[in-house]
Design a protein around this ligand. Structure first.
Ligand code: PLP
Length: 368
């Protein structure tokens, strides 16, 4: 039986589409030109003045932090739910992360918890060097209140949009609202450069120039021309992917409506999500747990993933401060306990999605 993937790499939308790699190897396009063109096309798509394409989203995060002047001894505020290795960049710079709870409606940084963290640091005469806002699972955080607070304290925002390329916030592209933004094009993202890839974008060319200056001689930080060539073709199919991702989410939403214990991730009306992953939570007190759902799907060769354990519970980061306005369990911890990312691969067939739905539904029906 064919394995159903969470989100797999797709080089083509249609089977007869000509592979970009072949075109490149046939010498139709010159390498460096591909990088310049991809940077231009990406910045034109998201509407920023400049872009720098790199070998991964993680590299983009490290360079973005450097371009914002983060250095040893600095404090950086960071959303508590994110892709854990992406935070290593901060440790490699010798800075200290301070984690901020997420908002239950947006899954992005909670503005009230952010304010609390600013106030408490201020009492100690401290101020973070930067705030990293993660747009989780394809949806923008509620940027206006976050930007307002950061502006009040004079601290720049790095919009960590690794997962949210193509999403919008109040008519603007996700990733473009902070001082600097980053995207990831790794294999499971909404578009991929296949060999790993990422980008740093900004409306202020000086941040991009600074990041370029910080590029070490280490050529591993650069995107390869072949990856850029693939990225250009992938940008052309992004609109189609956005439609398909939304369709997948809507199918789950409709199918699970009748199961009272299931809640799909809230989609905010201040913009469009890119629905990178369809995420659900089981209600508190449900007999069926997210872990059981994952195990059951796995036994049917279907991939799913639990919501990431919050950073303040990760072994390398559990000693760093965490701020929340919640009493007792934080939102990040609660969602990590109850959340699961369902298969959201754009090439999943209707029949495959029906199988996923039926397996999940059956678990709840059998538990009665
Ligand atoms: C939220 C988030 N941040 C950062 C990254 C890192 O991107 P990359 O894998 O391209 O280094 C990812 C993806 O893997 C991610 O999902």
């Amino acid at each position: 039986m064919k394995k159903v993937c969470l989100a797999a790499p797709h080089l083509y939308e249609e089977r007869n589409e000509k592979i970009t790699l072949d075109r490149f190897l046939n010498g139709e396009q010159a390498g460096d030109l591909e990088i310049v063109k991809f940077e231009k096309e990406l910045s034109s798509y998201v509407g920023t003045r400049k872009a720098l394409v790199l070998s991964s989203g993680t590299v983009a995060i490290r360079l973005a932090l450097k371009s914002l002047g983060v250095k040893s001894g600095d404090v950086v505020f960071w959303s508590s739910i994110t892709y854990p290795p992406s935070c290593q960049a901060i440790l490699s710079l010798g800075a200290t992360p301070v984690f901020i709870d997420i908002d239950p409606l947006t899954w992005g940084m909670c503005p009230q918890s952010l304010r609390l963290a600013f106030q408490q640091l201020k009492e100690k005469g401290q101020r973070p060097r930067a705030v990293v806002v993660v747009n989780l699972y394809g949806q923008s955080a509620d940027m206006d209140p976050i930007l307002e607070i950061c502006h009040e304290y004079g601290v720049p925002v790095l919009e960590e949009a690794a997962e949210s390329l193509g999403a919008t916030y109040k008519g603007r592209m996700s990733g473009t609202l902070g001082a600097v933004g980053i995207y990831s094009f790794n294999k499971n993202k909404i578009i991929t450069t296949l060999f790993g890839g990422g980008a740093l974008i900004s409306n202020d060319p000086s941040y991009v120039d600074k990041a370029r200056d910080c590029l070490s001689e280490n050529r591993n930080d650069l995107m390869s021309p072949i990856a850029a060539s693939i990225g250009r073709r992938q940008l052309e199919v992004l609109a189609k992917r956005l439609e398909r991702k939304k369709e997948i989410y809507e199918t789950y939403r409709r199918a699970f409506k009748e199961i009272g214990e299931i809640e799909m991730m809230n989609i905010c009306d201040y913009g469009h999500s890119n629905y990178w992953l369809s995420v659900m939570t089981v209600k508190r007190g449900s007999v069926v747990t997210s872990k059981e759902i994952m195990e059951k799907l796995k036994s049917h060769h279907i991939e799913s993933r639990l919501v990431w354990k919050p950073m303040h519970f990760q072994p390398d980061f559990s000693d760093f401060p965490f701020f929340t306005i919640q009493e007792g369990t934080s939102i990040a911890e609660d969602y990590a306990n109850r959340g699961i990312c369902l298969p959201s691969d754009t090439q999943m067939t209707q029949g495959e999605q029906d199988r996923v739905v039926n397996i999940v539904k059956q678990l709840f029906i059998n538990s009665k």
